[in-house]
Design a protein around this ligand. Structure first.
Ligand SMILES: Nc1nc2c(ncn2[C@@H]2O[C@H](COP(=O)(O)OP(=O)(O)OP(=O)(O)O)[C@@H](O)[C@H]2O)c(=O)[nH]1
Ligand SMILES: [Mg+2]
Length: 199
């Protein structure tokens, strides 16, 4: 068990690019479509049930929530994108925010891009990957909810996504994960350790 993540505490919420905390230390952001399990994955990483709010209702996380870790490190829970029932205007606001956050946030070490393993690589995911590629920002794809698929289907999905990711020029990796069962947690901790705590 990794003690750093266990010590995560709520730090600050921001409603847009102008209310972000100062760029100090290092951070990793959890991004992905609405309902993919960003908040659940962040909670699993920190071994805390209700650090980030999760919900059956998509679009729950509307603010950018910062959680502090030891030594000036942060995990960031981003609002989900792609939820159909959100008005166009709000969708555009999110899109603009996420694009400029990825483009300008120099304390950002990498993005954990969470996808539902049953519906990976949708348009919004590809858009995120393109933005990350533009800045050569590292991405680690979590194919979440692996508990919902049989083993054979899980490895098929992993292979297909791996193949598609080859076209991107930034450092990008992928793993299967279950925020519910904890499958893949060690692998995810290793990625976060590399981004946040490597010398
Ligand atoms: N079976 C299963 N369900 C999961 C898993 N991860 C998340 N869920 C469920 O999926 C739903 C959405 O999870 P959240 O963590 O709130 O998703 P989110 O991506 O933060 O959603 P937004 O904040 O709305 O964008 C909840 O009902 C979770 O319990 C998983 O690994 N397995
Ligand atoms: Mg959320």
């Amino acid at each position: 068990m990794n003690k750093n993540y266990h010590q995560a505490k709520f730090f600050q919420s921001a409603s847009g690019i102008n209310s972000l905390p100062p760029e100090l230390g290092f951070e990793v952001a959890f991004a992905g479509r609405s309902n993919s399990g960003k908040s659940s994955s962040l909670n699993k990483v920190c071994q805390q049930r209700s650090l980030a709010r999760t919900s059956k209702t998509p679009g729950r996380t509307q603010l950018i929530n910062f959680f502090s870790l030891p030594e000036g490190r942060y995990l960031v829970d981003l609002p989900g994108y792609g939820y159909a029932k959100v008005p166009e205007k709000v969708k555009h606001k999110w899109q603009r925010f996420i694009e400029s956050y990825l483009d300008t946030r120099w304390t950002l070490q990498g993005v954990i891009l969470v996808m539902d393993i049953r519906h990976p690589m949708k348009d919004y995911d590809r858009m995120m990957l393109r933005w990350a590629a533009d800045r050569q920002l590292s991405v680690h794809v979590l194919l979440n909810k692996s508990d919902k698929l049989k083993r054979g289907m899980t490895s098929r999905a992993l292979l297909a996504v791996k193949k598609e990711l080859k076209q991107y020029s930034m450092p990008v990796s992928v793993q299967t994960f279950s925020a519910l069962k904890g499958e893949g947690l060690q692998e995810l901790w290793r990625v976060l350790d590399n981004w946040l705590y490597a010398e």
